[in-house]
Design a protein around this ligand. Structure first.
Ligand code: ADP
Ligand code: 5GP
Length: 208
């Protein structure tokens, strides 16, 4: 069986990553979302183990020390975030595609460890719309929104490090585009090694 793809989605806070991922998961039963650990406080409606594994700084540090994180970073807002290593490895080995919704510091670490990871940067249609979405979401104070927009500008400057840029204007179009990227990744020669062997084995049987 071929290993599943590892998709890394990044983009400024408020661009719609969470919304896009939710829709992708609804549409694709073979897709798994890596649930990150974070030291930040849960937002209203966020469920532990679903949105994030909400952990203390001590628990976070211990996991990292024990090698249990595929990557980790301290984000612009001061909180720590990290990807638990084990589920990603297990799902990929089972042939599932895995999505990481992480920041650029994390993406760089993932690319070091898994060069076949596919980086997709989710771009807002404009900076004004990004600000509007953050305000409309209403989950952060004005001060935090200002901080996230500042960090967002820095992140957009790094968008060129990703293989793909998907503009999240109309939601379904953005999701269609990511599904198309995933399809193309599955058709890559590297992902199709087993089919070459299978057909050649078959050829040998037939020609005997
Ligand atoms: P992120 O996970 O990147 O921080 P969210 O998924 O929380 O962003 O989205 C931020 C806000 O923007 C939410 O209120 C969400 O409903 C809204 N949103 C997301 N995608 C779109 C879109 N394509 N068009 C309009 N609003 C959107
Ligand atoms: P939020 O607090 O809005 O959920 O996330 C803030 C930022 O942290 C976003 O840019 C998000 O992509 C990033 N993030 C979430 N989980 C992880 C993770 O496991 N690792 C890294 N490096 N960044 C993460």
């Amino acid at each position: 069986m071929n290993e599943g793809c590892l998709l890394v989605l990044s983009g400024p806070s408020g661009c719609g990553k969470g919304t896009v991922v939710k829709r992708l998961l609804e549409r694709d039963p073979k897709l798994r979302l890596s649930v990150s650990m974070t030291t930040r406080v849960p937002r209203e409606g966020e469920v532990d183990g679903v949105s994030y594994h909400f952990v203390t700084k001590e628990q976070f540090d211990r996991t990292v020390e024990q090698g249990g994180a595929m990557e980790y970073a301290r984000c612009g807002n001061g909180d720590c975030y990290g990807t638990p290593a084990a589920p990603v490895k297990e799902w990929r080995e089972e042939g599932m595609d895995v999505i990481l919704e992480i920041d650029i510091q994390g993406y760089r670490q993932v690319k070091e460890k898994a060069p076949d990871a596919v980086g997709i940067f989710i771009m807002p249609p404009s900076f004004g719309e990004l600000s509007r979405r953050l305000h409309e979401r209403g989950t952060e104070s004005e001060e935090k929104i200002r901080q996230r927009l500042k960090t967002g500008k820095e992140e957009i400057r790094c968008a060129g490090e990703y293989q793909y840029i998907v503009v999240n204007d109309a939601l379904e179009d953005a999701v269609d585009q990511i599904e198309a990227i995933l399809k193309a990744e599955h058709a890559k020669t590297e992902a199709m090694r087993t089919i070459i062997e299978e057909v050649l084995n078959d050829a040998q049987t037939i020609s005997q």
